[in-house]
Design a protein around this ligand. Structure first.
Ligand code: HEC
Ligand code: HEC
Length: 387
């Protein structure tokens, strides 16, 4: 099976144009060869996230089992009522409200992203202020708005409820561990657990596989996924950022989500503290801190100066996998439905943008038809994975 050469398909288009069927230059048939290559990278990813060398416990089932229990433990919070699960529910990995409630009913500053498929990410939090899944876990634990915990509360709880499991894994009774070591090890069990929370294998994957086969037979236009995919690639330009198996470039962009909070303006503010953080991938608690993991942080460091204007108000491109389960949307949680998300992109973002930063070049009004908007929403809805 091989698809008709692009040249012939272009010629057919040109011929139709010449015969007076169209006054505008013929559109290149979708997908062209480069787009077809991209399509091939977008379906069912490997079943386990890539290894994180900075966490030697990342794929240890004992660490995942301990992490699973700790994820649900409200006694880790100073108020005794909030666990990770309070804000990252079983089915969706998040909550269905714009913000979530921590200790004392305090509201989080941003919308909780889903913890499903987080093992595939390389930056964590909307503004990227954690560079590993294991060090991310320290932030909600210690945040005064979320679990408002302390190393002492953690030590007491681990000693009372999990001492044998902890000691078997880390070779030390929790009561004898230093604060920092205890925090890092806690984070490593959280990461090990969350690395098992993957929901892939969606109707979208089956559609992509079928669509590629249709392209090879020259029948792509008859495929039910044609309009949605074509709009995702062409008029919608979604593919510029939502690419690869996780449908994310794992980079930061200001797409013009209105944000009037007093919060810090995205990665531009978060990047510096991350580079100085003793729990980052290069710090003493990383299991591979010999420099081989330095590249990404060094690049961030130079981007923060070289691309400062662009990174103001820039937030992480989230995965689109399971997106139908995770509304409301965006770092603010102010965009209620997927149809609203498409409308936001269609108008080229809010004029103010995030913190009045420079809105990404690719974000411009799209002029989508109702049919194209519906096809995009349907495509997004198809990305929900089986358990
Ligand atoms: C009170 C609600 C709340 C609690 C409790 C909470 N989280 Fe979150 N979580 C959030 C919010 C809000 C964000 C986004 C914060 C931001 O980007 O500023 C988030 C982000 C995350 C992310 C980053 C996901 C991504 O794609 O960037 C992970 C992973 C995560 N939380 C795991 C945990 C773990 C593990 C715990 C328990 C130790 C926990 N959370 C406790 C609300 C909560
Ligand atoms: C320039 C890069 C870029 C382009 C182009 C882009 N996105 Fe996004 N997308 C992002 C970023 C960054 C966010 C998060 C923005 C924020 O919260 O401030 C996002 C958020 C989303 C969300 C919300 C997900 C969630 O979990 O809250 C959806 C859905 C989405 N995009 C779909 C699309 C669709 C459909 C298109 C094409 C019409 C598109 N994106 C084009 C970068 C992009």
């Amino acid at each position: 099976m091989s698809r008709p050469p692009l040249r012939n398909r272009l010629l057919a288009g040109a011929l139709l144009g010449a015969l007076g069927f169209s006054c505008t230059p013929p559109e290149e048939p979708f997908p062209n060869d480069a787009e077809l290559e991209q399509l091939r990278t977008m379906h069912t990813p490997v079943s386990r996230p890539p290894v994180d060398a900075t966490n030697q416990y990342g794929d240890d089932p004992r660490a995942a089992a301990l992490g699973d229990r700790l994820f649900d433990d409200q006694q880790l919070s100073s108020c005794g009522t909030v666990s990770c699960r309070s804000c990252h529910a079983e089915e969706s990995g998040t909550v269905d409200t714009p913000k979530a409630e921590g200790c004392g009913g305090q509201l989080t500053g941003r919308n909780p992203p889903s913890v499903l498929n987080t093992g595939y990410s390389t930056w964590f939090m909307w503004d990227g202020r954690a560079d590993r899944l294991w060090n991310q876990a320290l932030l909600p634990l210690l945040s005064s708005v979320e679990m408002a915990s302390t190393p002492t509360i953690l030590r007491n709880r681990l000693s009372a409820g999990y001492a044998a499991e902890y000691e078997a894994l880390f070779g030390q009774h929790p009561s004898l561990e230093s604060d920092d070591e205890l925090l890092a090890n806690f984070g490593k069990t959280m990461a090990a657990y969350q690395r098992t929370l993957n929901r892939n294998d969606s109707p979208f994957d089956a559609d992509i596989i079928r669509f590629i086969a249709a392209v090879e037979e020259g029948k792509e236009e008859e495929d039910p996924a044609y309009l949605g995919l074509k709009t995702f690639f062409r008029k919608g330009k979604c593919i510029a950022c939502h690419k690869g198996a996780m449908l994310s470039d794992d980079m930061f962009h200001n797409i013009g989500v209105k944000d009037t909070s007093e919060g810090a303006p995205g990665v531009l503010a978060a990047g510096g503290p991350l580079l100085d953080w003793s729990f980052n991938a290069l710090g003493p608690h990383s299991d591979r801190n010999n420099g081989t993991e330095a590249g990404r942080l060094q690049r961030l460091g130079s981007d923060l100066t070289a691309k400062a204007a662009e990174l103001k108000g820039a937030f992480k491109t989230p995965t689109l996998r399971n997106v139908a389960l995770t509304g409301p949307y965006m770092h603010t949680g102010d965009v209620a439905t997927l149809a609203d998300v498409v409308e936001l992109y269609n108008k080229g973002g809010e004029p103010e943008g995030s913190f009045a930063g420079v809105v990404s070049e690719t974000i411009t009004p799209l002029d989508l038809t109702d049919e194209e908007k519906q096809a995009l929403v349907k495509l997004l809805e198809s990305m929900t994975g089986a358990h």
